[in-house]
Design a protein around this ligand. Structure first.
Ligand SMILES: Nc1ncnc2c1ncn2[C@@H]1O[C@H](COP(=O)(O)OP(=O)(O)OP(=O)(O)O)[C@@H](O)[C@H]1O
Length: 183
């Protein structure tokens, strides 16, 4: 099984990459869903604060690669030749995936703070951060998990500063090449 991982700062465009993958027929496993599911089981609303606290707890209890390990069976259950995994937050998680899946490719999505802030302010998901300070705090939290180091481990880097059409075309081209499907 070929596994493609996506890494990027909050609001960099990972969700758009997932959308494009689905359009190409590549199943997508979202690591954050493991955490959202835990919040649901605990009866907690999926706010940024709650999801952050649960993620931190899982990592403290089970180690920095824990969420990746919890995601592996979900990836394997996809029964597809290529699967995309969204939500890598740290270098330990990259190591877990690379150890488990010999054919693992990591793509980094790069967007500036200003661009991400502007886009997130428009998105309106319940856990979206609304002030620059809140986004900065979220950035810091994720960098603390090794997001910056994970970024450095990427095999490909795509910049997302232009239009959604430009980004879509570039991502579509790379994913179809990696997956061996018609873009
Ligand atoms: N090039 C672009 N032009 C305009 N809007 C964009 C572009 N790329 C992404 N967006 C929009 O910006 C918002 C953030 O993107 P997206 O949800 O893909 O980020 P993310 O990396 O998945 O964020 P998170 O880490 O919070 O899950 C979305 O509303 C998305 O549609």
């Amino acid at each position: 099984m070929k596994v493609i991982g996506i890494v990027g700062m909050p609001g960099s465009g990972k969700g758009e990459v997932s959308r494009i993958a689905r359009e190409l027929g590549i199943p997508v496993v979202v690591m954050g869903d493991v955490i959202r599911e835990r919040a649901r089981e605990a009866g907690l609303p999926p706010t940024d604060e709650n999801l952050g606290a649960i993620s931190a707890q899982v990592r403290t209890d089970l180690g920095m690669g824990a969420i990746a390990r919890l995601t592996i069976p979900i990836i394997e259950s996809q029964d597809a030749p290529v699967v995309l995994v969204d939500g890598i937050r740290g270098d330990r998680e990259v190591a877990v995936f690379r150890e488990h899946f010999p054919d693992f490719t990591l793509i980094a999505i790069d967007s500036s703070f200003e661009t991400r802030y502007r886009r997130l302010a428009k998105r309106g998901r319940p856990d979206d951060t609304l002030t620059p300070d809140e986004l900065r705090a979220r950035d810091e939290r994720e960098l603390g998990w090794g997001l910056g180091r994970a970024f450095e481990l990427a095999d490909y880097r795509i910049e997302n500063e232009g239009s959604l059409e430009e980004f879509t075309a570039e991502v579509r081209g790379l994913l179809s090449r990696l997956a061996g499907v018609d873009g």
